[in-house]
Ligand binder design. Structure first.
Ligand SMILES: Cc1cc2nc3c(=O)[nH]c(=O)nc-3n(C[C@H](O)[C@H](O)[C@H](O)COP(=O)(O)OP(=O)(O)OC[C@H]3O[C@@H](n4cnc5c(N)ncnc54)[C@H](O)[C@@H]3O)c2cc1C
Length: 444
């Protein structure tokens, strides 16, 4: 049961985006409850970098020092192909101590947010599923199922968890940060179409003697965008796009399963959209395949490949919700968009959607705003994602743009770690012009 009575805001989903939304609301003095049907926070690095823009937001929320304590600073994004370096982008403003991409494991980010949230007087209700939502003009009724391992109640859809207790709450606002299969999105009947085919990536984190310094590298190949990240502790992460890899079952079933509310790689936690297990890997994750990929796409990487700490195949879909919500139920993060892995966009931009929603909702609850403020947020982020997905306002070369950069202009919006004016600033360093987006109000 929740602390006292009904909260002002219910956040569904305690992934990174939901945690930030709840923390932001709690810091603004709004009573908030946050639930997650998962058993605990994620345990892997997954999305592993925070934008300079995100670091400024975390400073506002008072959690910057904790995050920076375990971060590895990347100040340059270098653009390569198999022949070597072609261009460099300097991240953040020179002289700004936060002008870097902070490489931090996703589980560390989630841990820190959860800790800060507890200190702000709210706590995540793990093993609590929102099984139904009923919107009304002035509130939303949410059905909360507390999941237990004991055999009482009735059996829920997967494994041995049962509903131990069920109750309804009425809340003025719901923020759906409930990821890919979002129940909030499905309740609102919001379409979630693919905007481009899914991409498969082989992700390898291993010990190496590579001296990457403060540089991350995006490597363009023949229809591929790979990425090399320096990690703390003498490790690096290579994420290679697997063009020949295809899961026929997943591809055939995806839309049907998404509509019915199932992931296609059913696991304990929907976020674990992974294949393989710690001891059994598909052949594409063999060390031999890793060395073949490096030889074919990045032969300049002559450094050692030591113990592989983590390897996985991830299927990254590219989707954009038809809208970000309506009235009193709004979406943020993977619930509203899915993107490829190179620029860690879905999580970082999800933080800003959550922040804007939290600010608008707090304003409305204090009588200083109207529901139209939420419509404006949704419109802004929808337009920004259309741009990031390359659906409108592509980056345009000028006659002075380096021909190699011009050739890759269409791939760059998905690779630059920033949004709004910041992403235009990064593109300008490459001699690319960013036409204005077609929204009524652009993301600053
Ligand atoms: C193996 C792997 C590697 C990845 N690598 C990258 C990468 O390199 N780059 C990148 O950009 N991204 C990567 N990602 C994606 C990244 O992890 C997501 O973009 C990020 O987690 C999105 O955060 P979120 O908070 O929006 O959603 P999520 O993290 O998915 O959190 C949603 C939460 O909602 C909960 N939930 C769902 N339904 C309900 C309900 N009805 N009631 C209660 N709770 C509910 C779920 O349990 C979940 O915890 C990776 C993901 C995986 C799995």
């Amino acid at each position: 049961m929740f602390a006292e009575g009904n909260p002002e805001v219910l956040v569904v989903g305690a992934g990174p985006v939901g945690l930030l939304a709840a923390l932001d609301l709690a810091k603004q003095g709004i009573s908030v409850e946050i639930v997650d049907s998962g058993v605990w926070a994620c345990k892997h690095s997954y999305a592993l970098a925070l934008y300079p823009q995100t670091l400024h937001l975390l400073r506002e929320l008072g959690v910057l020092d904790r995050v920076m304590g375990s971060a590895y600073a990347v100040r340059t994004l270098a653009l390569y192909d198999r022949d070597g370096l072609h261009a460099k982008v300097r991240l953040g403003d020179p002289g700004d101590p936060l002008g870097c991409l902070a490489v931090v494991r996703q589980d560390v980010i989630e841990d820190m947010f959860e800790h800060a949230l507890r200190e702000a007087g709210a706590a995540v209700h793990w093993r609590h599923d929102i099984s139904a939502l009923q919107p009304a003009p002035n509130h939303v009724t949410a059905t909360v199922d507390r999941l237990e391992r004991e055999s009482r109640g009735y059996v829920v859809a997967h494994n041995e968890w049962v509903v131990g207790r069920r109750w309804d709450i009425q809340v003025p606002f719901v923020i759906g940060a409930d990821g890919y299969n979002s129940r909030v999105r499905r309740t609102l009947n919001i379409e979630y179409p693919e905007v481009a085919p899914a991409q498969y990536y082989g992700v390898f984190e291993f010990e190496t003697d590579a001296k990457l310094g403060d540089e991350a590298r995006v490597v363009f190949g023949d229809g591929t965008s790979d990425v090399l990240w320096p990690l703390p502790g003498g490790l690096c992460r290579w994420s290679f796009q697997l063009t020949d890899y295809h899961d026929t079952v997943a591809e055939e079933m995806k839309d049907r399963l998404l509509r019915s509310g199932f992931g296609y790689f059913p696991t304990e936690r929907p976020k674990d959209r992974t294949e393989g297990s710690p001891n059994k890997y598909p052949a594409v994750l063999d060390e031999k395949h890793l060395t073949d990929l490096i030889a074919a796409r990045a032969p300049w990487f002559q450094s050692s490949i030591g113990r592989i700490h983590w390897r996985t195949v991830v299927r990254f879909e590219r989707r954009l919700a038809a809208s970000f919500g309506q009235n009193r139920m709004w979406l943020a993060g993977d619930a509203a968009h899915l993107a490829g892995p190179v620029a860690i966009q879905s999580m970082n931009i999800g933080f800003f959607e959550a922040h804007e929603l939290a600010t608008a909702v707090a304003g409305i609850l204090r009588g200083q705003g109207t529901l139209a403020d939420l419509d404006a947020c949704g419109d802004r982020w929808h337009s920004e994602w259309r741009r990031l997905h390359g659906l409108e306002a592509h980056l345009e070369p000028t006659p002075e743009t380096d021909p190699w950069v011009a050739e890759h202009a269409a791939d760059l919006p998905a690779c630059l770690p920033g949004f709004g004016a910041e992403s235009a600033r990064l593109a300008a360093q490459l001699g690319l012009f960013s036409p204005p987006v077609l929204s009524k109000t652009a993301v600053p």
